[in-house]
Design a binder for this molecule. Structure first.
Ligand code: NAP
Length: 294
């Protein structure tokens, strides 16, 4: 099977439901249709979003409007067990990347999302007790059953990725990358994606919104100053400068954006056309780190 092809921007669902905008069915449908009109067909879920309610919100939409399913790609994640009234069996927060849990949660995601296949399943976080062979067995089983087409991980270190990838081929590592979170540039994560020719996907690409807030945080203030100067220079918004900064990396970072506003989705897509100069890229790097490079 061919590798997964992502749209230039992935639409995150974490803040669309109970954990954010609390969209009703009509609002969610309008938002999803608006994304599709722009050619953005990738929707990023996780079992836990909205305390296990957002997959179900999306599933209700797919049931209400079944023609949407063939137009979209659904990513979901499993492996975090969050304590909530909806899961009385979870007595404490844990990670669980056991074969049984991956298989059980995949079935549950399929049920809640009202679909018979997932386009991409990610292991949400490395579990201290994980056995990569068990994860590979679960993936192999789900693939053979046709229930999941593509597989990847999230928040894995390069060594964790490498070990699992040597047993079962992975198609992305979804990690936090933004002007406020630079680790992936320095810890080998991006280089590893380049080596394996897979697209890194970046969650909270706008720092979860904190780059827009009024704050006394010195790093954010530096980023806002330089970012706004560049926004003026390129005649675009601060959000677009910060996304263009990510997209410039030759690894081909695909931002997983979290806005619930369709005009901000459009703004993110338009950011893909901006070409920051190398000097402007380093000006933002310096604003983030607070120091010049050596
Ligand atoms: N794999 C993981 O471990 C993991 C962890 C966290 C998230 N994720 C995924 O990543 C996605 C994105 O994460 P995120 O929501 O933190 O991403 P983000 O895009 O960095 O932040 C989104 C937040 O920023 C605000 N925002 C965006 N543009 C703005 C602007 N121009 N002005 C003011 N506020 C603005 C949004 O508010 P509005 O809605 O008002 O625009 C929203 O609250 C999630 O939906 C989820 O799918 C994955």
């Amino acid at each position: 099977m061919e590798s997964i092809q992502f749209a230039p921007i992935i639409v995150g669902t974490m803040r669309l439901g109970e954990w954010g905008a609390k969209m009703n069915l009509a609002e969610l449908e309008k938002f999803v249709e608006g994304c599709l009109e722009m050619g953005l067909n990738d929707f990023d879920h996780a079992d836990i979003y909205g305390h296990y309610s957002t997959e179900s919100d999306f599933g209700k939409l797919l049931k209400h409007n079944p023609s949407l399913r063939q137009k979209i790609q659904i990513t979901t994640k499993s492996g975090i067990c969050l304590t909530t009234e909806r899961k009385p069996e979870f007595l404490t927060n844990t990670y669980n990347n056991s074969k049984d849990h991956i298989l059980k949660q995949a079935e549950e995601s399929l049920r809640l999302l009202e679909t018979d296949y997932l386009d991409l399943l990610l292991i949400h976080r490395p579990d201290f007790l994980m056995d990569p062979h068990e994860i590979a067995e679960a993936f192999t089983h789900l693939k053979a059953q046709g229930k999941v087409k593509h597989f990847g991980v999230s928040n894995f270190t390069p060594i964790q990725f490498d070990i699992l990838n040597s047993i079962f081929p992975l198609e992305t590592n979804q990690v936090e990358i933004s002007i406020t979170r630079l680790d992936a540039f320095e810890d080998g994560t991006l280089l590893q994606c380049q080596k394996n020719r897979i697209a890194p996907t970046s969650w909270s690409p706008l720092g979860g919104g904190k780059v827009f807030e009024k704050t006394a945080d010195e790093q954010i203030l530096r980023i806002q100053k330089v970012g706004n100067e560049l926004a003026e220079k390129y005649q675009v918004g601060l959000d677009q400068i910060l996304l263009a900064w990510l997209i410039k990396h030759p690894a081909g970072i695909i931002p997983v954006i979290g806005t619930s506003k369709i005009e901000r989705v459009k703004s993110a897509l338009d950011a893909c056309k901006i070409e920051l100069t190398r000097q402007d890229w380093y000006l933002l790097w310096k604003a983030s780190t607070g120091k010049d490079i050596d």
